[in-house]
Design a protein around this ligand. Structure first.
Ligand SMILES: Cc1cc2nc3c(=O)[nH]c(=O)nc-3n(C[C@H](O)[C@H](O)[C@H](O)COP(=O)(O)O)c2cc1C
Length: 198
């Protein structure tokens, strides 16, 4: 068994295209690649924002030197960052909002990117600690074409995942869905079912 951490980031639940595609891929990964899935929902788990002076200070203070206020403020980040680091693979479902990712996903990223857990500082600069893991990233857009200069999702997520050591990224792109939602959704589902998994 391998562990898959699924991270959903659409504020929509029932009518979300990215979540629908995520369901198809999750089922395939479970059935064909021996994954067991756990979930993070960046809107419905009500993640707090980075927050305040104490939480940010705690990021840069060794645990045994943190004040009680810092320890409390950084608790959510500790849980999320350790949970993220312990998964074998990831399934992100990512709607484009105003050319980038949603605020909820950005908050989640700010909470899981932690020195000592997901990356470390070295003399040569930061080094990712989550090596040998795989990320599946489903991106949906209404009208923007992915891969064009206004796509600030693909490049950003590549940079971030590479930064924490994840270089094996499979993007599943379903863009411009407003042009013909039904057909594009059907094609995307077919594309996912045809993916060759490793
Ligand atoms: C606030 C907001 C901003 C959006 N910004 C963009 C955008 O910049 N480019 C785009 O192509 N679609 C944009 N969309 C459309 C969504 O990307 C599209 O509807 C996508 O399918 C949403 O994912 P979901 O169906 O999983 O909720 C936006 C939608 C909302 C609600």
């Amino acid at each position: 068994m391998r562990t898959l951490l699924r991270i959903d980031s659409s504020p929509r639940k029932n009518s979300s295209i990215s979540r629908q595609l995520g369901d198809v891929l999750q089922e395939k990964l479970e059935n064909e690649a021996n994954y067991i899935t756990s979930n993070r929902d960046v809107y419905y788990d009500e993640l707090i924002s980075l927050g305040n002076e104490d939480s940010v200070a705690a990021y840069f203070t060794p645990e045994d030197q943190q004040t009680e206020a810092q320890k409390e403020a950084v608790q959510t980040s500790n849980i999320l960052a350790k949970e993220f680091a312990s998964a074998d693979s990831y399934l992100f479902t990512v709607p484009m909002y105003n050319f980038g990712i949603t605020a909820g996903l950005k908050t989640y990223i700010d909470l899981i990117a932690r020195a000592g857990i997901s990356f470390k500082y070295t003399e040569k600069g930061p080094e990712g600690l989550l090596k040998g893991k795989k990320a599946y990233v489903i991106i949906t857009t209404g009208g923007t074409k992915l891969g064009t200069p206004v796509d600030h999702v693909t490049g950003y997520l590549t940079t971030f995942l590479n930064f924490i050591g994840i270089i094996d990224i499979e993007f599943i792109k379903s863009d411009q869905i407003m042009s013909d939602t039904e057909k594009i959704l059907k094609d995307a589902k077919t594309g996912i079912n045809e993916l060759i998994l490793n």
